[in-house]
Design a protein around this ligand. Structure first.
Ligand code: SAJ
Length: 401
């Protein structure tokens, strides 16, 4: 193979398929034998539009093969997860393990690229690790960091068309990495150094988190001030230089709710706003769960009986089936923990079955629930005609569109 892809997850697999589509042999590596088996059968283990066809074609054409260990190649891409450990500390052990696995295979002039979201300094750290084990290669490898910035649900398009930031540990590495990505990517390729590229990825997601926190803070203020926050934001956004995002039931997913901590844990004194934004966005979910509790009591006082409650949406954002790090799921769990013999209907139109939640079709839940709690602005909910006597808690603005 020409390329070894370490990690065949949400980013690694689409990237491997894209490279293979360009008639380049890719050897994909994943520690999970089931994933390897699935891909070699021309199938996929994640849900992403158009990915299934891309992988099926790449495998059928013989350009993509998966295995549990790497092979000799010219270019090595590290695209593995960087989760947390302990108290919001980034854990780069997967990046380290993948690097150790390719270490013995490296030869002069090879290109080694990290794409995984990583704390600042990780690329230099891995360079140190590589050269400590292979001193004869010192200065003879090209080493770079190039983060991805694709939006789940639109990965196959954005992989090709988004601009990319590429930072080498030296000029020659940057140039070599740019030449590599140029073969597959139509977006512009912006050159910088490795540390700036690492920080750039973290800053992009932190910027969005901070902006959402501002919207969420406004939603709390408006709740007290008896002002419709959706109307308020729409009006404020009529200003030519104001562009406020939408409040919701919190921030989820595996990027925006995670990456800011990579800055906060390394620069705790300096990252005041970034840290506070995380707190505000986390608090918003807790606040929503509390609001449901209050609504239940209110209903009981008004009607002299217990309400039934429809929880609308579990995914981490609209129109996807991904529940990872989902604030809606957290709120649903919290509300169910507080259950006191009320009847609950849990809705997630993008999922057929769930091992914990018993799911109800959204129309039934909206019909039967006394209290309707909108957590995710799924498109299905926008067309619902709710009866007048319903008590509605719209935390995601689905009725204000
Ligand atoms: N959200 C709001 N209000 C908004 C927008 C979003 O509450 O106005 C919430 C969503 O409901 C969701 C969370 O924020 O819970 C994150 O959703 P998202 O659509 O903003 O982002 P992700 O996590 O799907 O993808 C992000 C993207 N980053 C940016 O937009 C800066 C994507 O480009 C990155 O590639 C991705 O993170 C990643 O992998 O890092």
């Amino acid at each position: 193979p020409e390329v070894v892809m370490m990690g065949l997850g949400y980013i690694g697999l689409p990237t491997a398929a894209l490279i293979a589509q360009n008639n380049t042999h890719v050897h994909g590596v994943d520690i999970n034998p089931k994933v390897v088996e699935t891909i070699n059968a021309g199938k996929i283990h994640i849900i992403e539009p158009e990915l299934d066809l891309a992988v099926a074609n790449a495998v059928k054409g013989g350009f993509l093969k998966a295995a549990i260990s790497p092979k000799k190649a010219n270019t090595y891409l590290i695209v593995v997860p960087t989760p947390f450990k302990g108290k919001n500390e980034p854990d780069i052990s997967f990046v380290e393990a993948a690097t150790k696995a390719v270490l013995p295979l490296l030869k002069e002039n090879d290109l080694y690229i990290i794409e995984s979201t990583s704390p600042v300094g990780t690329t230099e750290k891995m360079m140190g690790l590589i050269y400590s084990q292979r001193p004869e290669l010192e200065g003879k490898l090209f080493i770079a960091y190039c983060p991805e910035r694709v939006l789940p649900g639109n990965v196959m398009y954005e992989l090709v068309h988004n601009d990319r930031v590429i930072g080498g540990v030296n000029q020659a590495s940057t140039e070599k990495a740019v030449a590599f990505y140029k073969r597959f990517i139509k977006g512009e390729l912006h050159k910088t150094n490795a540390r700036t590229a690492e920080m750039c990825k973290l800053v992009e997601n932190s910027s969005r988190d901070v902006q959402i926190a501002f919207a969420n803070e406004l939603s709390l203020i408006c709740d007290k001030a008896d002002i419709n926050v959706w109307e308020l934001i729409a009006l404020a956004n009529k200003h030519p230089r104001v562009n406020i995002l939408q409040p919701g039931c919190g921030v989820g997913g595996h990027c925006i709710a995670v990456d800011p901590y990579f800055i906060v844990s390394d620069y705790p004194m300096e990252s005041q706003i970034i840290g506070k934004a995380r707190e505000i966005n986390n608090y918003k979910s807790f606040w929503c769960a509390e609001k449901v509790q209050t609504a239940k009591l209110q209903f009981e006082i008004q009607h002299g009986r217990k309400p039934s409650i429809a929880i609308m949406g579990l995914a981490f954002k609209p129109n996807i089936d991904d529940l990872r790090e989902s604030p809606a799921k957290y709120i649903a769990q919290k509300v169910l923990q507080n259950a006191n013999n009320e009847e609950y209907f849990i809705v997630e139109p993008n999922i057929h079955e769930h091992k914990v939640f018993k799911l109800t079709p959204y129309q039934d839940a909206a019909e039967k629930g006394d209290i309707i709690v909108f957590l995710v602005a799924h498109k299905e909910f926008k067309t619902l005609k709710l009866k007048k006597d319903k008590m509605v808690l719209d935390f995601c603005g689905v009725l204000n569109d």
